[in-house]
Design a protein around this ligand. Structure first.
Ligand code: BGC
Length: 479
């Protein structure tokens, strides 16, 4: 009993530290929303340069997540987290002391690299350390940490807004980075990675320590078996048989971003100013409320994802996001009407709630569920990199779009993309609720249609009654 409690305590301790990476992800992407109001004035930024200052983090994150699969395999998960924390410290420092916009953009790119590597490594490390029955919860903890990081950023923005201290806003991020750095000293290396590197004795000792028991033979054997399988490569990902999985994960990453979430997370105060809240502190305060709703609805969503399922939440969430985008668009069209300003803030909050209960956590969850084991690392890395690329696309184009088709028109565009998202989810995304990862993999091997990957049906049955597409696949990842 004592050993079990000790083991749980250790796993939660490890998870909380690893999730600080998520917190930094949220902090460093969110903090810019308030800081940019003052940076813009200090450095006389054009719309283009403003977009670049916000998006440099995303470029770095794209590069970071693209190299992270290989890097974590080479040097290990723990060392990768140590490096992540060091890069966070260097990047934060650079941005806080930046004498001009070029150094600032360079520093933000470095920070982004840390976010990108971290956004891959932390969930992977959590999934490898966690006992299977609490794995889903622990992986979702990462999304919760992201939202908490965003709100911390908004609080800090609000705090320093009175004097326009954007350097302190950016610099504060060094604190969680140092905590992460100190924490990595206590983090054990992932036993799965040690087995991968042939360090069997060390892996066994580590596993005994994490599980607080001497009896780890079964788990170790399972790890050895999974590691012995042929490892997947990038080329396999784009093989015909794995293409549906790629479509689903890239589609989810695409819709998570192009429906406009980060126009609110990164630019809310600026958008609110355009909607009529001219005081910077009032705009940041309203943004703070948005951040609080993001956290609250993420917490509400966590148990519902396994109870209601992924698809209903995604469909309802996207529907709600559509309605609120249309409402915001109307509000922005008449900035002089005071009562419509409140419609704008209200619908922004509704939008955040809908996102937090759907695309927010579910994108990360589903991409970690649907890839076959052999290809999971590379697959997730590609999906996450694309997510960052789409994120960058939206952040970089927002201001130019606003200049071209007005803020109201821009939100209409995101609303239309929500409708396409509904169609995408309805026709392609599988319901993976309660389905084991092995069953999902079996369905894929049996050639079931994308939407049916999460179903535990009889061998030759499909939901639609249509025949199974490729019944003779022996191994989906070896062409
Ligand atoms: C998304 C981020 C977003 C955050 C908001 C995450 O799932 O990937 O782009 O800023 O949610 O909570």
């Amino acid at each position: 009993m004592v050993a079990r409690i000790r083991s749980y305590f250790l796993v939660y301790f490890i998870s909380v530290f690893a999730a600080i990476t998520g917190l930094l992800f949220g902090y460093d992407t969110g903090v810019i929303s308030g800081a940019i109001l003052f940076i813009r004035k200090d450095f006389h930024l054009t719309s283009m340069m403003t977009g670049m200052t916000v998006s440099a983090v995303l470029l770095g994150a794209f590069l970071g997540s693209a190299i992270s699969g290989k890097m974590t395999d080479e040097i290990g998960r723990r060392k990768a987290l140590v490096i992540v924390s060091i890069i966070f410290v260097i990047g934060t420092f650079l941005t806080a002391i930046a004498p001009n916009d070029i150094v600032l953009i360079f520093g933000r790119t470095i920070l982004g690299m840390a976010i990108g590597i971290g956004s891959f490594t932390a969930p992977l490390y959590l999934a490898e350390i966690a006992p299977p029955h609490i794995r889903g919860f622990l992986v979702s903890l990462n999304q919760l940490a992201i939202t908490l990081g965003i709100i911390l950023a908004y609080v800090i923005d609000y705090f320093f807004a009175a004097h326009g201290d954007w350097r302190w806003m950016l610099g504060f991020g060094v604190l969680p980075a140092l905590i992460l750095f100190a924490g990595t000293y206590f983090l054990p290396e992932s036993p799965r990675w040690m087995v991968l590197k042939g360090m069997l004795d060390e892996a066994k000792e580590n596993l005994k320590h994490i599980r607080a028991t001497e009896d780890v033979t079964r788990e170790l054997t399972e790890i050895q078996q999974s590691v012995q399988e042929k490892r997947g490569t990038w080329r396999m990902l784009f093989s015909k048989k794995l293409r549906p999985i790629m479509y689903i994960s890239l589609g989810l990453a695409f819709f998570q971003q192009v429906t406009g979430i980060n126009t609110i997370i990164y630019y809310a105060p600026m958008i609110l100013q355009q909607a009529g809240f001219s005081e910077a502190t009032t705009a940041i305060l309203a943004t703070l409320a948005i951040g609080i709703f993001n956290v609250v609805f993420t917490v509400i969503a966590l148990p519902l994802i396994d109870r209601w399922g992924r698809r209903p939440l995604l469909l309802m969430g996207l529907g709600g996001m559509f309605i609120s985008l249309v409402a915001q668009s109307i509000g922005f069209y008449f900035p002089e009407l005071v009562y419509l300003r409140w419609l704008t803030v209200g619908s922004m909050i509704f939008y955040i709630a809908c996102f937090a209960m759907s695309l927010g956590p579910i994108m990360w969850l589903v991409i970690s569920e649907i890839f076959p084991l052999q290809i999971r690392g590379v697959g997730i890395s590609v999906a996450i990199s694309c997510c960052w690329a789409f994120n960058m696309l939206v952040a970089m184009t927002l201001l130019t779009l606003i200049d071209a088709i007005s803020i109201s028109g821009t939100f209409w565009l995101y609303a239309v993309l929500c409708v396409l998202g509904v169609l995408f989810v309805y026709f392609l995304v599988p319901e993976t609720k309660g389905c084991s990862l092995e069953q999902i993999e079996k369905n894929l091997r049996a050639g079931r249609a994308p939407r049916e990957l999460g179903l535990a049906l009889g061998k030759n049955k499909t939901l639609s009654g249509l025949p199974i597409i490729q019944p003779d696949i022996e191994d989906v990842v070896t062409e």
